[in-house]
Ligand binder design. Structure first.
Ligand code: HCA
Length: 407
């Protein structure tokens, strides 16, 4: 069975996310990186990608510190992968800061040849293969990965030509969908072709989410034989990012229950919350492992969930650390939540009839709800006109609220 490994790139592609600029963070501090690294290790992640030190002194110092710090957190073997151009001097610096693996990359798409690396195919292949050969000669056991950047826009024959030249030297080929244009069937096809052509080389996937297909592409890639899946906390990466670590684990675990042993999946939600506290913003609403996915706003949904959560909660997020759900009182709420809220949360000694009357008044005035007026405030103002007493509950009763109104 193919063991899947997450390669977390929060500290590399994650720091390339525009969200770091939107939140005026720009880069994670060493202390923040240590917290995130500890959280990832707690989750069971063992493969981490870092910037090459050529990016800047602060990153160089941080990688050095993080590699040492990580070793104090676990006995498990860890991989510290330096994301690195095919330059021998960059590679030396990556190894000097403590990385024990190289994530080499070079683009040979027509666009890369013309505007990025600005090397014709033959020259690019000669450079990459001579660098890989020389590294292999000096470091026979060093983990080495090579990615042809923008693989899905690279002519198939060019991709094969550079991978043929690199295959004697590398452990793994990356398959980056750099601009997020692949669809799952393209992924199945390319992974299948590489699997067949290079049976001894492992495969790694790196899918950008420009079309919102990154997770679907991961599922296709794993099904087709990929071993390593690049992901980051929240899916932070260039532009709209890559798949989130927790989204990948959550989705893959549906068909790969062995991931429950390999990873400590209950740490998924905590790590998303940790990132929220660092960026001082909410866990993204599109994140699968989130409280958002346990939050209900429409009256019919709230009624059903109050009676049986499964009606609108299909996924077992509890195993991923989301241990509560949320029913939001708002303009779409109906009798069931209003009755529940007034009786169970606010402790009014309210009858169903009174709650129905107040619901009608509330429904007629929802246009008042907005930034200046919370739904709770409107509801309490309405109930206060009805002269309804409050129950005084013995200590502890509030924690054992009724969940099913029919009981
Ligand atoms: C980048 C581009 C990259 C690299 C991926 C890889 C991509 O930011 O340098 O090295 O496999 O998507 O191609 O993220």
């Amino acid at each position: 069975m193919n063991r899947i490994e997450i390669i977390d790139t929060t500290f590399r592609d994650g720091q390339q996310s525009p969200l770091l600029f939107d939140t005026l963070k720009y880069r994670f501090s060493l202390e923040e990186k240590k917290l995130l690294l500890a959280g990832l290790i707690e989750l069971g992640v063992t493969h981490f990608e870092f910037f090459s030190p050529v990016v800047g002194k602060a990153e160089e110092e941080d990688v050095r510190a993080l590699v040492e710090y990580a070793k104090t957190l676990t006995q498990k073997p860890l991989m510290f992968l330096g994301h690195c151009r095919c330059h021998l001097s960059d590679i030396e610096r990556v190894l000097e800061v403590g990385c024990n693996g190289l994530n080499l990359y070079l683009g040979v798409s027509e666009l890369a040849q013309a505007y990025n690396a600005q090397k014709p195919l033959e020259e690019a292949i000669a450079l990459a293969s001579s660098v890989a050969q020389s590294v292999r000669r000096q470091h026979p056991h060093l983990y080495m990965r090579f990615s042809a950047e923008d693989a899905f826009r690279t002519k198939r024959e060019d991709l094969i030509q550079i991978y043929d030249a690199m295959s004697p030297f590398v452990n793994t080929f990356g398959i980056p969908d750099t601009v997020g244009l692949a669809e799952p069937h393209d992924v199945t096809e390319v992974v299948g072709m590489l699997r067949q052509t290079y049976p001894k080389v492992a495969l790694e996937c790196h899918f950008h989410n420009d079309r919102g297909l990154a997770i679907a592409n991961v599922l296709a890639a794993v099904r087709a034989g990929v071993t390593y899946v690049d992901a980051s906390i929240w899916g932070l990466a260039e532009r709209s990012g890559i798949p989130s670590v927790t989204g990948v684990l959550f989705n893959l675990s549906k068909s790969k229950p062995e991931l429950f042993n390999q990873y400590n999946l209950s740490q998924c939600y905590p790590i998303n919350v940790l990132m929220a506290s660092i960026l001082n913003t909410l866990v993204p609403y599109s994140e699968p492992v989130s409280l958002t996915n346990r939050t209900h706003t429409a009256g019919v949904h709230q009624k059903a969930v109050l009676n049986e959560k499964k009606v609108y909660e299909a996924h077992n997020l509890q195993d991923f650390g989301v241990d509560k759900n949320d029913l939001l009182l708002g303009p779409l709420s109906g009798f069931n939540l209003i009755y529940y809220f007034l009786k169970e949360v606010e402790n009014y000694a309210i009858s169903k009839e009174q709650a129905k009357a107040i619901t009608e008044e509330f429904k007629n005035q929802t246009n008042q709800i907005g930034r200046g007026r919370k739904p709770e405030d409107l509801l309490i103002a309405l109930v206060s006109q009805h002269n309804i007493p409050k129950n005084t509950l013995p200590v502890g009763v509030a924690e054992t609220r009724l969940e099913n109104l029919e009981e």
